[in-house]
Design a protein around this ligand. Structure first.
Ligand code: ADP
Ligand code: MG
Length: 366
């Protein structure tokens, strides 16, 4: 059982406030990711939880017990950083055993625990290697194993995959998710990579300038972003600004200056206020397929001009001009190649078009 709670946490560097009353609870066994651009305060949050950074306001609770002033080594927290920081002169076995030896665990027990944890990160064959004899991905797995073997109540991972190349990073995402599912350690994970956050998290906390902008399950953050900042951080998003002309239930319509009407999904919008349609390239249907798929519905059907086209290997990446706005669209059908300058019909899926507030719309309070 391990539950972590941050209450009105304030952290300053000198006179600069980096975290301003951050509130966050991580439930037992949950993996929560802090997601946000570089400098938004993710590492700062993690270091304050680990105890390596003094707190200027608020409190940290572990299982309901206040640990704000407790020394780092007494918190029962495991840490893994971006640079794996394995001890170069020790074998893999020794890297894992060292912390257990310091705790005076009997040698037999150490052997068993190290073997078990190495198996859980699929590295049992590598116990006798030195870190320099391992690839980046293997080293990162050992860094994770070294934290896990101490059986921490809480695991803190700070951009653990950012030093790996793209392919390995993708594999390791699944592995971290799988390891978390097997072991169920309560985990706070930090990344600036939205796909990584989507894949591994039970819940995502989007941060900007030390403030929580939104928190929720990955699908909710992606499909129901509250504001422009969150929508723009999740995937490729093109924004079209307009005034809200209809807002009932979850349905909203905005009208642009030039009179385009876009219908989508929005929450707590008011008629008359400024808002943005957050258009995702994957939810646009192009040309002849519009007529096949959408029947007679005129909602979000427009004429657009093909402005640019790139073939990525996986799909065609189009830039389209819709009125005076540029939007992007993905087309997976290799035959569907449109000439530059051609006018085509498009349809934006109204169920997958978030209508969002401006970025400075009040941050989520939890
Ligand atoms: P992130 O991990 O999200 O990239 P950090 O938590 O490292 O961001 O940093 C948050 C802010 O605090 C940044 O503006 C950064 O420049 C500042 N900062 C971080 N560490 C220090 C420090 N030791 N002294 C002064 N400012 C710092
Ligand atoms: Mg950081």
């Amino acid at each position: 059982m391990a539950q972590l709670m941050l209450k009105d946490l304030v952290i300053k560097y000198g006179k600069v406030t980096v975290l301003n009353k951050l509130n966050l609870t991580i439930k037992d066994g949950e993996l929560v990711t802090l997601l946000g651009p570089s400098g938004c305060g993710k590492t700062t949050t993690l270091r304050s939880v680990s105890g390596f950074l003094p707190v200027h306001g608020g409190d940290i609770f572990l299982n309901g017990k206040r640990i704000t002033d407790i020394a780092p080594e007494k918190r029962g927290i495991g840490l893994v950083f971006q640079n794996y920081a394995l001890w170069p002169h020790m074998t893999v076995f020794k890297n894992l055993a060292f912390g257990l030896e310091l705790r005076k665990i009997p040698a037999e027990e150490i052997k068993k625990r190290v073997a078990r944890v190495l198996a859980s990160v699929k590295m049992e064959e590598y116990a006798d290697r030195f870190p320099r004899q391992l690839s980046g991905g293997q080293q990162q797995r050992i860094a994770l194993a070294r934290a896990i073997v101490l059986e921490p109540d809480i695991l803190l991972l700070d951009e653990p995959l950012s030093n790996l190349d793209a392919l390995l990073r993708e594999q390791m995402r699944f592995e971290i998710a799988a390891i978390h599912q097997r072991l169920g350690i309560t985990t706070m994970y930090v990344t600036h990579d939205q796909t990584e956050a989507m894949v591994i998290s039970d819940r995502i906390v989007v941060m900007r300038n030390g403030i929580m902008m939104q928190e929720g399950p990955p699908e909710e953050i992606y499909m129901r972003p509250r504001n422009k900042f969150v929508a723009g951080f999740m995937g490729t998003t093109c924004f079209i600004e307009g005034a809200v002309v209809k807002a009932d239930g979850g349905r909203s319509v905005i009208r642009t200056e030039e009179g385009l009407e876009l219908q989508g999904v929005g929450t707590d919008l008011k008629v008359g206020e400024k808002a943005f349609a957050a258009i995702r390239p994957e939810y646009i249907t192009l040309d002849s397929r519009v007529r096949q798929s959408s029947g007679s519905s005129e909602i979000n059907r427009f004429k657009a001009k093909v402005d640019r086209s790139n073939f990525t290997g996986e799909f065609f990446d189009y830039q389209l001009k819709l009125g005076k706005h540029f939007i992007r669209a993905k087309e997976y059908e290799a035959k569907a190649l449109f000439e530059l300058g051609k006018d085509i019909e498009i349809k934006i899926d109204e169920d997958r078009l978030p209508i969002v507030h401006d970025s400075d719309f009040e941050a989520a309070t939890v």
